[in-house]
Design a protein around this ligand. Structure first.
Ligand code: CTP
Length: 460
């Protein structure tokens, strides 16, 4: 009996899929079809697959062509499957030409001509109109975002808004965008959704204007510098049935999701302590990060990341929040900050700094063991779960693709198209983090380190 195997995502099953399944079946007596898992597609950067693994498997089953259906879950699985299922021939479409040649020592590899004129990507695009996205801002992150957006289907970055015409014209030409605007209203008239990547102090105004004009908004963190303003923005979004998402990049990263669910599974017992650090040494004091009027300082700049993991695992109702910080004498912004959040049954520390360099890892400690996420933990890709008995250590790896911005954009697009709220970073969490950042600016429970060391500085 000749055994054949083929693989695919088989999203929105189409006649191209059926053609290849038929031809694969004709090459042998028994056909196994490997359907990718949602997680595997996410990891390999195939974002925005419309149907779940279960739906895709069901569609393949209904063709009646597969004798057996298996799930493809990881890179390298094909070699194992060939051995495990005693495969004679692997069949794949010509878009994979030569890419599976490494399997030739194990079985016959057959590339079949792809059916012309149909693909899941086209069907997804036809089903969902392409979202026209505009970027408000011309800073470093805006350019990174444009590159990342190419990996997300269903959305096209078309326009850019900025106040310096020369800058935005250059970006527009460099990335082949449709046009640029120095007038925000005109810009808004042309887009379906906006990515707000302006200096922190402008987030509120520009997000509000976009929402009031009926545009969905993905806003860089921190969404605003005041709890009331954040609440107001979410209220407007809700009233207008629009998606408002805060771009706390880490929250949308696949390995981070896995980390959170492992920590919540009880494997390390009750979480008692979290210590998360993110420092980015910035020496040029002319940059925005050192400008107090533009929302500069280490907490506004970097605080959202450690506060994100703390909030996800311990919640939004600590009994006390304290800040130990050091200020830059020239610019008055905090160049390092240690935020200590005391919860009823746990304690957490968010360490940030733009004038100090520290090991950027995160440790989540529980009553049975701890999780360590090495630097840069906010681009989560790897973590270990450790116990008293070192032999029990578990290691987890899920690839972090590119710059990571593609994940938040993919979630933003999904929320808009499916008209759903995002669960990875919620309104409540977003409001809480703004509250923590605002309290520092309002000098609530803050201690300047100088006062501790030399009896100088300020305490409030
Ligand atoms: N396939 C084909 N002809 C098509 C589309 C797909 O022969 N027009 C084959 C692929 O070469 C692969 C299998 O069907 O062997 C599953 O492909 P999959 O990636 O799931 O489908 P695509 O339509 O290519 O999906 P996408 O657009 O998301 O890449």
């Amino acid at each position: 009996m000749k055994r054949v195997i083929t693989y695919g995502t088989f999203d929105l099953l189409h006649y191209g899929h059926i053609n290849i399944l038929k031809r694969a079946k004709e090459l042998g007596d028994y056909l196994i079809v490997g359907v990718t898992s949602d997680n595997y597609d996410m990891i390999r950067g195939k974002l925005n697959v419309s149907q779940t693994t279960t739906e895709r498997i069901e569609n393949v089953r209904k063709t009646g062509l597969a004798d057996e259906i298996i799930i493809e879950e990881y890179e390298g699985q094909k070699v194992n499957d060939i051995k495990k299922y005693n495969i004679d021939t692997i069949v794949i479409g010509s878009d994979w030409l030569n890419k599976l040649d490494y399997l030739k020592p194990f079985c016959e590899v057959v590339y079949l001509k792809r059916t012309k004129g149909v693909s899941s990507t086209d069907l997804r695009n036809a089903k969902n109109t392409i979202l026209k996205l505009g970027i408000a801002g011309n800073g470093r992150i805006a350019q990174r975002f444009i590159k990342e957006a190419k990996y997300v289907s269903g959305v096209e970055v078309e326009y850019i808004f900025g106040r310096t015409e020369e800058h935005i014209r250059n970006i527009c030409e460099k990335f082949n965008l449709s046009s640029y605007f120095t007038d925000y209203n005109e810009f808004l008239d042309n887009v379906d959704a906006v990515y707000v990547a302006l200096p922190h102090n402008l987030h509120y105004d520009y997000t509000k204007k976009a929402l009031l004009k009926g545009k969905h908004v993905l806003c860089e963190k921190p969404i605003t510098l005041s709890e009331n303003q954040t609440k107001e923005l979410y209220k407007i979004a809700k009233e207008k049935n629009l998606v408002l998402l805060e771009g706390v990049k880490t929250a949308y990263v696949p390995c981070f999701e896995r980390l959170i669910s492992m920590a919540q599974s009880g494997i390390i017992g009750n979480i008692k302590d979290i210590d998360a650090t993110f420092t980015k040494l910035i020496c040029d004091k002319t940059l925005r990060e050192y400008n107090a009027n533009m929302g500069g300082g280490s907490l506004t700049e970097l605080g959202s990341y450690p506060l994100c993991i703390i909030t996800k695992l311990l919640g939004t109702d600590p009994v006390d929040i304290q800040y130990l910080y050091e200020k830059d004498d020239e610019t008055s912004v905090d160049i390092m900050n240690k935020v200590i959040l005391t919860y009823k049954n746990a304690i957490a520390t968010a360490n940030v700094g733009i004038g100090i360099k520290k090991e950027g890892n995160c440790v989540i400690s529980g009553t049975n063991g701890y999780i360590i996420v090495p630097a840069p933990w906010w681009k989560t890709e790897y973590f270990e779960i450790r116990f008293e008995d070192q032999n029990k250590t578990q290691k987890f790896y899920t690839k972090f693709e590119g710059d990571g911005l593609r994940y938040e954009l993919a979630d933003f697009v999904k929320s808009i198209k499916n008209n759903t709220q995002n669960y990875k970073w919620t309104e409540e969490e977003s409001v809480f983090v703004t509250h923590v950042i605002e309290n520092f600016k309002l000098c609530k429970n803050t201690k300047e380190i100088k006062s501790l060391l030399w009896g100088g500085g300020k305490t409030s």
